[in-house]
Every structure is written in structure tokens, then in C-alpha cells.
Design a protein around this ligand. Structure first.
Ligand SMILES: Nc1ncnc2c1ncn2[C@@H]1O[C@H](COP(=O)(O)OP(=O)(O)O)[C@@H](O)[C@H]1O
Ligand SMILES: [Mg+2]
Length: 58
């Protein structure tokens, strides 16, 4: 079973490879952790905050 850190590192390298971004925007990591652990997430952030990209990663 992969742990939290491995999953986050994997998501970071995937985001870098696909989008060329090396750091999460505020709250993207929390969103990812929540969804990867099987929870649903209701995310309220402004347009341009990074919701759609979080969705791609999950
Ligand atoms: N971690 C990140 N680092 C740099 N740019 C990012 C990151 N996450 C998203 N972006 C960019 O910011 C912009 C807005 O992101 P997006 O996911 O479309 O936001 P939203 O869906 O909340 O409007 C897009 O151009 C996207 O590629
Ligand atoms: Mg969007």
C-alpha cells in the first residue's frame, strides 16, 4: 500500500511532466489527499485558483 508521501510525490512528478508545474497551489495538496483517501471533497475557490487541475490529478 503506497503511503501519503509517495502518492503526493507521484502526483507532483506527474503534474511536472504533464503541465510543467513543480509546486502545488494553496490547497491543491489537501484536495488531493482527501480524494486519494476516498473522501468526497466540496472545494470552493475562485476562478483560476486551481480546481480543474486538482481534478485532473485525482
Ligand atoms: N500548481 C500549479 N502551478 C502553476 N500553475 C497552476 C497550478 N495549478 C493550476 N495552474 C494553472 O492556473 C490556471 C488556473 O487553474 P485551473 O485549474 O483552471 O483553475 P480553476 O478551475 O479553479 O479556475 C491554469 O492555467 C492552470 O494551468
Ligand atoms: Mg475550472
Amino acid at each position: 500500500m503506497t503511503n501519503d508521501k509517495q502518492q503526493i510525490d507521484r502526483a507532483l512528478s506527474l503534474m511536472d511532466r504533464v503541465f510543467g508545474f513543480r509546486e502545488f497551489r494553496p490547497w491543491q495538496k489537501e484536495i488531493l489527499k482527501s480524494v486519494l483517501s476516498g473522501e468526497d471533497a466540496l472545494v470552493i475557490m475562485p476562478t483560476g485558483g486551481g480546481k480543474s487541475l486538482s481534478n485532473e490529478q485525482a
